[in-house]
Design a protein around this ligand. Structure first.
Ligand code: NAP
Length: 421
């Protein structure tokens, strides 16, 4: 397993919200695999920089890319790049201790934050910004992020969805958590829960998750705010048309949408006439991730995924490339929870094993070792023992405080700890 960072487990370590420790326990399943003979971890190695895809393809019978979606989708509106307008994923990486994001300086002194999007990442960001010192204390959120969130001046976090409550992409557990925050009231305007005919029809046929979401939202809309220090406000049928400000974010301009049936049996948001300027000091754009290509590996720019059939990577003629596979978000696009990706990975591995049994894999064993390539390029490799040393150190720093771990969040600290392993 080749990994760009000195630490394994991708979004489980660096994406899953730190106040959801139970979700992070999936790493135990990974640890079991890592303990099996034949597994090796090569951390601090980046494909494209330290080793090329072509080199991997000559060293190994099969290569599986499970690189996720490395960037965020853009809104494509004026003011998107003003200081104070952030990709939600930047905040997520920062509070989770990703070593590439610790220098970011989020100005949390402003009274209102706006989160654009109605997915689970938007809810993670809204909730994390609203947590109290007591709620953050038992988590592995970085100390810098705990300090910044607890002392922030944010009083209201507005989550804005372009479509209605029936089309929101979040899961019910994440939504209902917003109603249980110690330091924030959740506010929904009952008028925004009134459904147009197409949404009402969609709700009738919708999954239990969507039905439950609408029930939860109705319960929220009936609540009297308890006067907590912060408010999380959920808004619907509004799209940002511009982020306003002279030299930093001062407001978001929203347009009110109406919902119309679309050809896929759902509804689309159509901008109306009414506009609104919502003053705010910081914006988090949470409209999805986007995959990026790896030099030498086929890539579909439009879908931002690796073209594949059930995980077998396809060349430009649509034929499978022998020995080349993909799994997860880079295979399907950035949707689905951990369980979805587990199923997805299983499919890829089944195809790989089928090809191995049928003798369709290129036979490349014995043509050299990846260490030779990496040594030649003077890369400092972090092996699994190095990660175990990081893990042990982080856990021992957390233990006296009842925290799962206190993360090392800089490259220097991570590499130094790995050298001790
Ligand atoms: P997502 O679920 O795809 O949500 C993206 C949201 O952005 C949707 O509400 C979408 O609205 C909206 N959007 C897209 N383009 C927009 C635009 N131009 N203007 C306004 N809104 C726009 O993506 P995500 O939140 O990044 O999450 C990625 C995946 O990770 C999801 O499958 C999610 O469930 C999963 N995840 C799970 C957890 C958890 O289980 N706790 C936590 C975090 C993430 P439309 O529907 O109208 O397109």
């Amino acid at each position: 397993m080749i990994e760009r960072l000195p630490t394994p487990w991708g979004l489980v370590r660096l994406g899953v919200a730190p106040d959801h420790p139970q979700l992070k326990t999936v790493s135990r399943a990974f640890e079991k695999v890592a303990a099996r003979p034949g597994f090796r971890f090569l951390g601090n190695v980046e494909v494209g920089r330290d080793v090329t895809h072509e080199e991997l393809a000559t060293l190994y019978d099969a290569v599986v890319y499970a690189v996720g979606s490395q960037t965020d989708r853009r809104l494509g509106i004026r003011g998107e790049d003003l200081p104070g307008s952030w990709a939600a994923t930047e905040l997520v990486a920062w509070y989770n201790g990703h070593p590439d994001y610790q220098h970011l300086d989020f100005d949390l002194a402003r009274e209102r934050a706006v989160v654009i999007g109605n997915g689970n990442v938007a809810l993670d960001v809204a909730r994390m910004l609203a947590l109290t010192a007591e709620e953050l204390a038992p988590t592995d959120t970085t100390d810098a992020a705990i300090e910044a969130i607890v002392s922030s001046g944010i009083r209201e976090i507005v989550v804005v969805g372009r479509r209605g409550p029936v089309q929101a992409a979040w899961t019910s557990t994440e939504l209902s958590e917003l109603g249980e925050l110690a330091g924030a009231d959740v506010v929904v305007d009952p008028a925004e829960l009134e459904l147009d005919a197409a949404s009402a029809a969609e709700l009738e046929a919708a999954s239990n998750v969507v039905q439950r979401n609408v029930e939860i939202l109705r319960e929220f809309a009936g609540r009297q705010p308890a006067g907590k220090a912060r408010t999380v406000r959920l808004r619907f049928r509004a799209s940002p048309v511009a982020i306003l400000g002279d030299d930093r974010v001062e407001a978001v301009e929203l347009v009110e949408n109406r919902l119309e049936p679309d050809e896929r049996g759902s509804v689309r948001a159509v901008p109306g006439e009414r506009r609104e300027v919502l003053p705010c000091g910081i914006v988090f754009r949470s409209v999805g991730y986007r995959g990026t290509g790896i030099p030498g590996v086929p890539f579909d720019e439009r879908a931002a995924t690796i073209p594949n059939l059930e995980g077998r990577v396809l060349d430009e003629t649509g034929a499978p490339v022998p020995g080349l596979y993909c799994a997860g978000w880079i295979k399907r696009g950035p949707t689905g929870v951990i369980g979805t990706n587990k199923k997805d990975a299983t499919e890829t591995v089944e195809r790989l094993l089928e090809d191995a049994r049928a003798g369709r894999l290129p036979q490349r064993r014995g043509e050299g070792a990846i260490e030779d390539v990496l040594t030649e390029r003077a890369r400092e490799i972090v092996v699994y023992g190095g990660w175990e040393a990081i893990d042990l150190l982080e856990r021992s720093r957390g233990e006296p405080h009842g925290r799962p771990r206190v993360k090392l969040a800089t490259w220097d600290e991570l590499l130094a700890a790995a050298r001790g392993g």
